[in-house]
Design a binder for this molecule. Structure first.
Ligand code: PLP
Length: 476
């Protein structure tokens, strides 16, 4: 076959990508097209004949454009998203071009090596033990799944049960003690693992969502059999961080495994200033975090670490006669991942860490936290805005007061108006039964000007929402 034309479609993709990225500061943050608009722009009958690849990319980019949410924008504050840094994005393109299967060392020695190197760097950066095993998974959902599979293996094996061979039917009942404000991906992982959500014993938390160690101690005393404790470093609403040191001490005394869901909060460990928030995190048995959130690596990029590599491998590893397994010192990633064939996710993580260095990661995390503080201070200055949480990390919860006392309805309407009118995007939530706007700062490009412009827009939307209600009342 003659050399295919790579340049035309890749050149088109480069142009379209650059147009999108350089347009981020000025484009609306939310999508402008409806599902129906997009269906008519992108749908139609199954194509019957080939189409020129460059044309395909050009039309795809044009049709998708109004349906794109500017999540990599510096003014996207919904959920905890993060964008992509240039080095991470460029490495992600190479990952696709190289198309390595990162499951086995033999299929991608560079991919395997880069994962080992980046994994070691990350353990050091985040303050985890040096000898942890690591898996590069799609996100924290699968990191929680993988870590809890290792925990399930270890705890049942200590109880004399081989869960990998015999399954859970007839096994000693596993108990999972987790904060009442844990992330739903913990329960979902327990569903996938056959442990079941009824195995969870919810542990009382304080008003910020932090687990009470005394409540954990009481829960552990009452429970019996194999136990796993799930701590949380970074509550999705408040950013609050569980007292991990105490949790680890109490849990280990009771012989339990401690897993830490640190999807974004674990990155506090990369900053000398914020590190005290996660003191003792090193003592846990497993950890889950995301590179696609605060490290600003493209999706999909989650990480699982395990202080018990044998348990990690026992839960995930696989041997088959047709596979060629790595020699000594050569790591087969499928021993640490729930996937078989897999994208070489290590390259963008490796590039992101190199481009930032330890100092750059610390600066990024500290800047986002300072900007969250700025949001809280500026919004809190308005006497119709109430800041609901202690801003300890990158999360801010605010509530808008209405003259008629319907603060919930008003707050929801303000969130919707901001989403519609931009120039920023925040999501809504319910905290302690009250509607709130949830602001997450995790993008590498966000600066003070973005925050100030967003604060102005939010206050403008709050006033406009209040005015239009008053108008309704006068008319009605
Ligand atoms: C985002 C998040 C998750 C889920 O992570 P994904 O990467 O979306 O799978 C789990 N726990 C917490 C605390 C999170 O913030």
């Amino acid at each position: 076959m003659e050399q295919p034309d790579w340049a035309a479609p890749l050149g088109q993709a480069y142009e379209s990508a650059l147009a999108f990225l350089t347009g981020l500061p000025t484009r609306p943050v939310g999508a402008s097209a409806s599902g129906l608009d997009l269906q008519s722009a992108l749908g139609g009958p199954l194509p019957q004949t080939p189409e020129d690849p460059r044309r395909v990319i050009e039309t795809l980019a044009a049709a998708a454009e109004p349906g794109l949410v500017a999540t990599p924008s510096g003014r996207f504050f919904g959920f905890v998203i993060g964008g992509s840094s240039p080095a991470a994005l460029a490495a992600d393109w190479l990952t696709s071009a190289w198309d390595q299967n990162a499951g086995l060392h033999v299929l991608g020695p560079a991919a395997a090596t880069v994962e080992q190197v980046a994994g070691d760097w990350l353990a050091e950066l985040l303050g985890l033990p040096a000898d942890v095993s690591v898996g590069f998974v799609t996100g924290v959902q699968m990191a929680n799944f993988t870590a809890l599979a290792a925990a399930r293996h270890e705890m049942l094996s200590r109880a004399g049960w081989n869960v990998e061979a015999d399954g859970l039917a007839g096994a000693p009942r596993l108990r999972v003690l987790a904060g009442a404000q844990r992330h739903d991906s913990i329960d979902r992982a327990l569903r996938f693992l056959g442990v079941g959500t009824n195995a969870v014993i919810p542990v009382d938390v304080d008003d910020q969502g932090r687990m009470h160690p005394a409540a954990l101690r009481a829960g552990l005393r009452e429970a019996s059999g194999p136990m796993i404790v799930c701590a949380q470093v970074g509550n999705v609403n408040t950013g609050a961080i569980d007292p991990v040191r105490e949790i680890c001490e109490v849990a280990h005394e009771a012989g339990a495994w401690v897993h830490v869901d640190g999807a974004f909060g674990l990155w506090a460990g990369a900053s000398p200033k914020l590190r005290p928030l996660v003191a003792g995190v090193k003592l846990a048995d497993s950890w889950a975090t995301d590179a696609h959130k605060w490290l600003n690596v493209p999706y999909d990029s989650g990480l699982v670490f395990c202080a018990n590599p044998e348990a990690h491998r026992a839960a995930m590893g696989v041997r088959a006669s047709y596979l060629i397994h790595g020699a000594d010192g050569e790591r087969d990633a499928l021993d640490y991942n729930p996937e078989f064939s897999r994208r070489a996710r290590g390259f963008p993580v490796y590039a992101a860490i190199r481009a930032l260095g330890r100092a750059g990661v610390a600066e990024l995390v500290e800047r986002c936290c300072a900007l969250a503080r700025r949001f809280a201070d500026r919004l809190g200055d308005d006497d119709r805005v109430e800041v609901l949480n202690d801003v300890v990390l990158n999360q801010v919860l605010v509530r808008f007061h209405a003259a008629d006392g319907d603060h919930d309805g008003h707050t929801r309407r303000v969130v919707q108006r901001v989403q519609r009118e931009g120039p920023c995007w925040m999501s809504g939530t319910t905290w302690h039964g009250q509607a709130a706007m949830r602001i997450s700062v995790s993008n590498w490009t966000t600066d003070e000007a973005d925050v100030d412009r967003s604060v102005e827009a939010i206050l403008r939307c709050a006033r406009a929402t209040a005015d239009s209600r008053r108008g309704h009342e006068l008319r009605g």
